[in-house]
Design a protein. Structure first.
Length: 154
């Protein structure tokens, strides 16, 4: 009987209704097991890199494998996501990046080079609420180096 009362009290909308109450913020997605689309990239020289009409993506599996689209080619790498109580400044490192070897337009090849190079410099990540939803921020020794939003369903 106590269990039934506690479950009832913990449910925000009542029995059988799992939807959150209006005005209740949605839970932030996890760094891993969420596909992210790059919306901002900072190059090695500290200047913004155009993400073009086909932005890079990032997906880190629960098994610690990173993969996605880099601008022209698909890429993959090992990912080491540290344990953290919150989603702020979680240690994150990527191993060497492998990729398919197709050529593309110069601006997209430059984006791919900047993106895959950036992955090797990442030291931490955080997920926070942004103006349009969740934002994943990757950081290196110099500060923020990339921002991502959850990928939209196609």
């Amino acid at each position: 009987m106590i269990t039934a009362i506690l479950v009832s009290c913990a449910s925000p909308a009542g029995p059988g209704d799992a939807s959150p109450r209006p005005g209740t913020p949605a839970a932030l997605p996890s760094i891993d097991r969420t596909e992210w689309t790059c919306v901002e990239l900072i190059g090695a020289d500290g200047t913004p890199v155009s993400v073009t009409d086909q932005p890079p993506s990032l997906l880190i599996s629960a098994e610690g494998r990173a993969s996605g689209f880099a601008g022209v080619n698909r890429y993959f790498a090992e990912a080491s996501v540290g344990n953290a109580i919150s989603q702020a400044n979680v240690p994150l490192r990527f191993g060497p990046v492998g990729a398919t070897r197709m050529a593309g337009p110069p601006e997209r090849m430059a984006l791919e080079e900047a993106f895959t190079s950036m992955l090797g410099t990442v030291r931490s990540a955080s997920v926070a609420a942004g103006p349009r939803g969740a934002v994943l921020t990757l950081r290196n020794e110099r500060g923020d180096c990339a921002r991502f939003e959850p990928a939209r369903a196609q």
